[in-house]
Design a protein around this ligand. Sequence first.
Ligand code: AMP
Length: 420
Amino acid sequence: MPRFSRPKGTQDILPEDQPYWAHLRAVVTQIAQSYGFERIDIPMFESTELFARGVGEGTDIVDKEMYSFKDKGDRDITLRPEFTAGVMRAYIENGLHVQPKPIRLYSIGPIFRYEEPQAGRYRQFNQFNAEIIGVDGALADLETMLLAWDIYAELKFQNLAFQLNSTGCPVCRPTYLAALQAYYKEYEDTICEDCRRRIVHNPLRVLDCKQHQCQPVIAAAPKITDYLCEGCAQHFAELRSYLDTLGKPYSLNHRLVRGLDYYTKTVFEVWAEGIGAQSAVCGGGRYDGLVELLDGPSTPAVGFAAGMERVVMVMKAQGITVPELPQPPVYLAYLGDASRQHAVRLLAELRAAGVGTQIAMQGSLRSQLRQADKRQAKVTVIIGEDELARGEVTLRDMASGEQTTVAAAGVVALLRDRLA
Ligand code: AMP
């Protein structure tokens, strides 16, 4: 056992896995930008109060999962357990709300949650996240959903489908919650202990309980879509009409919820064929009450977040091939001290000419060539003492093994042109 090991729930992403991550980040960036989303980077830690309000007391995240501490200035600080609260804080603080709407933002980076680690669940993980702020029409919901969808389509995920629900709004939700609570009262002896608590404090959350004994109760529970007010019903119908127009498959899933008052109307997930059965690869929805809750002006908003570790797991499980990361095409090998000095000069000249180059640092010529092969060099420049004395170097084409001798003086221009 080494003396130090990484903290529980964290991981090292080694070079061999980086092509997946680079490809994922590139696809997210490219699609988000081409759909008009602009990148925003926010701090990895914020005041604890921001998340207590913006994610909500009574959620698992705030009650159990936050990395919170006092800093040396006695401030209550929390490592961000999600993006949205921080993005909305930045939106208000930087006066983005005076700009023409909508504001479309995306973010990529690490997130921290104190959860019990298991496959695909970590204490530090990465999300990509997007929001459209300032528009209440269902077209904004559609745009965030399409962004998520098209990212997965570009990654070549198979069997994509939306799961869709509405959670109503402060006008219609209370009637639904009363109906749900009345229904659950009948099953108090059947449901799990958590649900007995949830039905009082956070009633919508009974719907996504995973306990076996609660499943039949959930299946027959009243559906919120039967209780939507006219505004919410219209919004939902409009969104569905867009999805129908585009022929995007979706399932209505009355169990899909967010347990907090400032979440309104749309909730959605994208499901993809994962490791075996279909599983969620992102989750999102509308939160028209959030900006106001954070002391900003009343502002509608909709967004989603996706866990990148899980996306990478699905990429691997579906056998998706990703581009290799570029390696420097030129490798410098040499024999003897004088040659090494020449190689160092040549290294600087090639790099100055824009030719990606690595230099052997040790070993026999044979082992240097093995290294060149391993580093996937296209051409190895072999500098030997005798050749150098004649003003020549040898170029070895690493694919064919063919070697040619060329004038040392012209090698930079030659390689630059050949590799251009
Ligand atoms: P949420 O912010 O809870 O809606 O989660 C958004 C996405 O983040 C989920 O769909 C997961 O893919 C991912 N996610 C959530 N928690 C974790 C975790 N502990 N480890 C890895 N990914 C996670």
